[in-house]
Write a protein that binds this ligand. Structure first.
Ligand SMILES: Nc1ncnc2c1ncn2[C@@H]1O[C@H](COP(=O)(O)OP(=O)(O)OP(=O)(O)O)[C@@H](O)[C@H]1O
Length: 296
C-alpha cells in the first residue's frame, strides 16, 4: 500500500553567496519563499508543511512562482530531506520533473527509451516488452535509430513522453513544463497521461494549467510562500487561488469530455460567500503563463 506522511516539514536553503541586500530591501518581493534577514540569508522554501496522502489520491499543486511546489514535490520524491520535521514515503516513486533527465544525446532513440525506463524504476525486461508500443506512439520512424542529438525539441518531447507514460508507478510525481509538442500529438499524449494516472497508485502534480489539473486531479493543495494555504476539492481550492471559478476557464469540449456540470454549485467560503480573494500580481503572472501553456 502506498502512503505519504509529512509532519511539520521545513526545507531551508542557506545562500552563502547572496549579495548585499540594501538595494533589494527597497523592492517588495511577492514571488518566492520567505528569506530570513541574517548574515547568511536562508530561503525558507517550505515551512511547517503537514500532509497525509493515500492510495488513489490525485492531488494538484497550485501556487504562485516560488511558492514551494517543486520543493514539495522533491521532498515527496525523497530527493530532499526535510531540514526540520519528518517525511515518510512508502511506495516506488517515479519522479518526472524534467523530461530530458536521463536522456543521453549520443545514443539512439530506441536505446534512450530503455535507459529512461530504467531511471523511472522499470526493469529491463518490462521496458523491452514495451519498446515497440512506445516507438509507435512517438511516430518517429527511422529517427529512432539515430542519436538523440539529431532530434528537434518537439521530437525529444515525443520520445520522453512516450516513455514516461508507459511506466507503472506506485507514486507518480509530476512537475509541469512538458511543452513543445504539436496540437495533434498533444491529444494523443493527453489520453496516455490519463491512462498513466489511472494506473498509478497516487499522483501529485504541480501545474498552472486548469485543463490538465481538471483532467488528472480531484483534490488540490494551494501553496503560498512555502506553506499550505488551502487543501480540499480541486474546484474549491483552485477557484480560491485563481479568484474565479475553475470551470469558467475550461473549454466546452473539456467540460463535455469529462462530463462536468458547469451549473454545479460554485465553491463557497466558510462564511458562505462565493470565493474570490484578491489575486496577487504573482498569481496574475502565473495565470498569464497558464493560458499560454498547452501541456502541464
Ligand atoms: N536549490 C535552491 N537553492 C536556493 N533556493 C531555492 C532552491 N530551490 C528553490 N529555492 C527557493 O525556494 C522557493 C520555492 O521554490 P520552488 O521551486 O519550490 O517554487 P515553485 O512553486 O515550484 O515555483 P514555480 O511555479 O516558479 O516553478 C523559492 O523562493 C526559490 O527561490
Amino acid at each position: 500500500m502506498v502512503s505519504i506522511d509529512v509532519q511539520n516539514a521545513s526545507v531551508d536553503f542557506p545562500i552563502f553567496d547572496a549579495k548585499n541586500r540594501s538595494l533589494k530591501k527597497s523592492v517588495l518581493g511577492r514571488a518566492g519563499g520567505h528569506i530570513t534577514d541574517a548574515k547568511v540569508p536562508v530561503v525558507e522554501a517550505l515551512r511547517d508543511v503537514s500532509l497525509s496522502l493515500r492510495q488513489g489520491d490525485r492531488v494538484g499543486l497550485v501556487g504562485h512562482n516560488g511558492a514551494g511546489k517543486s520543493t514539495l514535490l522533491r521532498l515527496l520524491a525523497g530527493i530532499y530531506e526535510p531540514t526540520r520535521g519528518r517525511a515518510k514515503i512508502e511506495g516506488r516513486v517515479a519522479p518526472v520533473f524534467d523530461l530530458a533527465v536521463g536522456m543521453d544525446p549520443e545514443i539512439s532513440g530506441l536505446e534512450n527509451i530503455l535507459i529512461r525506463g530504467l531511471f523511472l524504476g522499470m526493469t529491463r525486461k518490462q521496458m523491452e516488452s514495451r519498446v515497440d508500443e512506445i516507438a509507435d506512439f512517438t511516430e518517429l520512424g527511422d529517427y529512432l535509430t539515430m542519436p538523440l542529438r539529431t532530434y528537434s525539441t518537439g521530437m525529444r518531447v515525443r520520445l520522453a513522453l512516450g516513455v514516461v507514460t508507459s511506466i507503472d508507478p506506485e507514486i507518480l510525481i509530476l512537475d509541469e513544463g512538458i511543452g513543445a509538442v504539436d496540437a495533434a500529438f498533444l491529444e494523443k499524449a493527453r489520453d496516455r497521461l490519463r491512462d498513466l494516472v489511472s494506473r498509478s497508485g497516487m499522483l501529485v502534480f504541480a501545474s498552472h494549467s486548469d485543463e490538465f489539473l481538471v483532467e488528472l486531479c480531484d483534490t488540490a493543495i494551494w501553496m503560498d510562500t512555502g506553506e499550505i494555504k488551502e487543501q480540499g476539492s480541486l474546484r474549491e481550492v483552485v477557484s480560491a487561488y485563481k479568484g474565479r471559478d475553475l470551470f469558467d476557464s475550461l473549454s466546452p469540449e473539456t467540460m463535455r469530455r469529462l462530463d462536468l456540470d458547469p451549473g454545479a454549485s460554485s465553491p463557497v467560503t466558510s462564511n458562505g460567500s462565493t470565493t474570490a480573494p484578491a489575486a496577487t500580481d504573482a498569481d496574475a503572472a502565473a495565470k498569464t503563463e497558464d493560458e499560454t501553456v498547452g501541456l502541464p
